[in-house]
Design a protein around this ligand. Structure first.
Ligand SMILES: [Zn+2]
Length: 211
């Protein structure tokens, strides 16, 4: 779900799509929504710098259950700045956790980070991330330790944020931003150049907010 850098002339949905990501969440509508249950397992991950971001591919077995429907966690990666905004706030960093259902439905979970106190799970993770051009590494990942304490979320229907900008992706955004320290953000900025796509128009889409 990465960025569009240089779009070719035939970029298609990236230019003409009406349900694109990211967005600015300005007036979410409160609804009763299914609860999120995280069944994430600590385990090995393969981590690689792909030139745009650092991506961690997780071992099978971690799932997000939404109203009983399982979505398998596949990979997570970093965006600087955060991409999706909240009432205009542009977060310095966001993580995208990408999931897929058995039927192939893609679901992205966004975790927002503001500047503040050091994040303990990132403190363990960041020193192990490779720079561009370095070989893939293996590390132990506890994805559950990256989640905020609260389970409230926003939801909207969007797209991949990089070409081909395919639509029909479910986006969930944890309502509770977490913090990372200035040193942690600096560490990420030393690895990853700004890689967030600009917010896209909602074009009448509703953003729902869990009660
Ligand atoms: Zn992404």
């Amino acid at each position: 779900m990465l960025l569009a850098l240089a779009l070719p002339a035939h970029a298609g949905l990236c230019e003409s799509g009406r349900q694109q990501s990211p967005v600015d969440i300005v007036a979410p509508q409160r609804h009763t929504m299914p609860t999120l249950r995280f069944d994430y397992r600590a385990g090995p991950a393969r981590v690689q710098h792909d030139g745009h971001t650092v991506r961690l591919r997780v071992a099978a077995g971690s799932r997000l259950l939404i109203g009983g429907q399982p979505y398998a966690l596949q990979q997570l990666h970093f965006h600087l700045p955060g991409g999706d905004r909240l009432r205009g706030e542009d977060f310095p960093m966001a993580m995208h956790l990408l999931h897929k259902s058995r039927s192939g439905q893609l679901l992205a979970l966004v975790l927002w980070f503001r500047l503040g106190a050091e994040h303990p799970a990132l403190a363990r993770l960041l020193p192990e991330l490779p720079a561009q051009g370095e070989a893939e590494r293996r590390l132990a990942l506890d994805a559950a330790a990256l989640l905020p304490g609260e389970r409230g979320y926003f939801a909207y229907t969007g797209s991949l944020t990089a070409p081909p900008c395919t639509e029909g992706v479910q986006w969930l955004l944890a309502q509770q931003p977490q913090t990372l320290s200035a040193a942690q953000l600096q560490r990420l900025a030393s690895l990853i150049a700004p890689n967030a796509r600009a917010p896209q128009p909602l074009n009448g889409r509703a953003v729902r907010e869990s009660l």
